[in-house]
Design a protein around this ligand. Structure first.
Ligand code: 4AD
Ligand code: MG
Length: 476
């Protein structure tokens, strides 16, 4: 039985077998206590082995990190800290773990150290909790969309278009790097490549998502996304997972409502279904923050913070209003922003964090950004200067969602393509949806790892994905 099932439902007196990894083993007079964890819940089950029940040779092999099956009777626990324990009748050792070499000892390890042992770190309380919360959030996302009439659209991972312009791309090729076929002018002849053209890993499924929305009305994607920017920050991965809903007939305000309703739903789902893991992560965060200066500590504990987001309306304002707030801020007047503030700038993370963490102290949706700092596909506002963009900013995270109403007018869209230099042969199929039954539509993309960071309270994105991919790092 999984430990989760045992703790939830098994009756005292039943005969059970638990299989899992040994967290600790403690010898005391005439009895050995073994804590076993199988990853199904944060809790261990304590196996109690009385003298003479299991032979010494076998017991010696049971050490921290080893994998065993313990069979016995479930009994009410005599000790504190658990309500039931396993009175062992036999033990089978599946795999030993040399105590001299096993890197995970029953003590606190730094997150940096754990990143170096990515093949084993899921065996810690912290990472198993994060991975379970991550799973619950993924499930909640599919449930939300399914329950609301959306269809899961699988958009391609290999793409022949780089029109989106969301970031630097990773090339996909089967050409021999030492001896590629060349054109007469010396450039590489991609007609000889696998797909007969240049191909890359996708930076977003949005453009194909829009094609889906123009047929199924409500679609979403949930897939891996790749960006080759060399941004070595705590919020960027080279390979991350993005969820992108796209909805026909939605305008910008509908899009904002969807983003708010959706994020609140999945956070509430985690609160209701991951209580033990969140309680553990909340304590972890409190411990970690003890080493921080008073003003760097979060005002709310993790669970309080999540409840606050679920229970309060997001602040909604335009980019232009946000710039005014920044210009009027004490921080700006004292020259304490590193980057200059004026209408037209791309907001830096320090600006976003000021708005969210200092000024409003809640999630913020910023809309109607200048067209020059946003993608070509966003619908132009009537003033001709701004577009129907929206970014959702979260405390401690910054931008968690980017989205917009899309330009549905063929001629305006084609004019924008020309302005930013997208050739017709790269984008003709996208333009055609504006010639054949075009409709107003909107969508957004939410970075899954940034959502997991927010819900788990982890501050480095490398710690919310099992095997992170970042510049100069693709181990495991
Ligand atoms: O703002 P972005 O670039 O928007 C798009 O890609 C649009 N096509 C989305 C759409 O409208 N369908 O990315 C969306 C989100 C960001 O807000 C952020 O949460 C996340 O994706 N993101 C990253 N997460 C981790 N590592 C990176 N390098 C990320 N880049 C973006
Ligand atoms: Mg963005």
């Amino acid at each position: 039985m999984q430990i989760k099932q045992i703790l939830a439902a098994a009756a005292v007196g039943t005969e059970i077998t638990v299989k899992g990894w040994v967290r600790t083993k403690r010898d005391s007079k005439n009895v050995v206590f073994i804590n076993i964890n199988d990853g199904s819940v944060i809790h261990n089950i304590q196996a109690v082995v009385e003298a003479g029940i299991v032979d010494e040779e076998t017991l010696k092999l049971v050490t921290t990190g080893s994998c065993i099956a313990a069979t016995g009777t479930l009994v009410a626990s005599q000790g504190s800290g658990q309500s039931v324990e396993l009175q062992v009748s036999s033990i089978q050792v599946y795999g030993t773990a040399d105590p001299e070499k096993y890197p995970l000892q029953p003590k606190r390890h730094s997150l940096e150290f754990l990143r170096e042992i990515g093949h084993l770190r899921a065996r810690t309380n912290t990472f198993s909790a994060i991975l379970r919360v991550r799973h619950a959030l993924a499930f909640a996302i599919h449930k939300y969309f399914n329950d609301n009439g959306f269809f899961y659209l699988h958009t391609p991972i290999i793409t022949g278009s780089d029109a989106e312009g969301a970031g630097e791309m990773f090339r996909v090729t089967t050409l021999d790097p030492k001896n590629p076929p060349l054109n007469e002018d010396g450039s590489i002849n991609y007609k000889e490549d696998f797909f007969g053209k240049e191909t890359n890993l996708t930076v977003s499924g949005q453009l194909e998502g829009e094609l889906g929305a123009m047929a199924l009305s409500k679609v979403y994607t949930f897939g891996p996304t790749f960006r080759a920017e060399n941004s070595n920050t705590a919020r960027h991965l080279a390979e991350f997972w993005m969820i992108e809903p796209e909805v026909a007939f939605n305008e910008l305000t509908d899009n904002m409502e969807l983003a708010e309703d959706f994020t609140k739903y999945v956070i509430r789902y985690a609160l209701e279904n991951c209580a033990d893991d969140l309680a553990f992560l909340e304590n972890r965060l409190k411990e970690e923050e003890k080493n921080k200066k008073q003003d760097e500590r979060s005002e709310l504990a993790l669970i309080e913070k999540l409840k606050f987001v679920v229970d309060n309306e997001y602040e909604k304002l335009t980019y232009t209003e946000a710039i005014k707030i920044l210009l009027n801020s004490k921080r700006h007047k004292e020259g304490k922003f590193q980057y200059p503030v004026e209408w037209g700038i791309d907001l830096q993370s320090e600006h976003e964090r000021y708005l969210v963490e200092k000024h409003f102290k809640k999630p913020v949706i910023l809309t109607n950004y200048p067209k020059d700092i946003k993608a070509f596909y966003m619908k132009l506002d009537d003033d001709g200067k701004t577009v129907r963009a929206m970014d959702v900013l979260f405390p401690g995270i910054g931008e968690i969602i980017g989205g917009s109403q899309r330009e549905d007018d063929h001629d305006k869209l084609w004019a924008r393509c020309q302005e930013v230099g997208i050739p017709h042969e790269a984008i003709w199929w996208y333009l055609e949806t504006r010639q054949f039954g075009s409709a107003p539509h909107s969508g957004f993309g939410i970075g899954f790892e940034r959502l997991v960071m927010f819900v788990t309270g982890m501050s480095n994105i490398r710690d919310v994905i099992a095997f992170p991919r970042t510049p100069k790092s693709a181990e495991f």
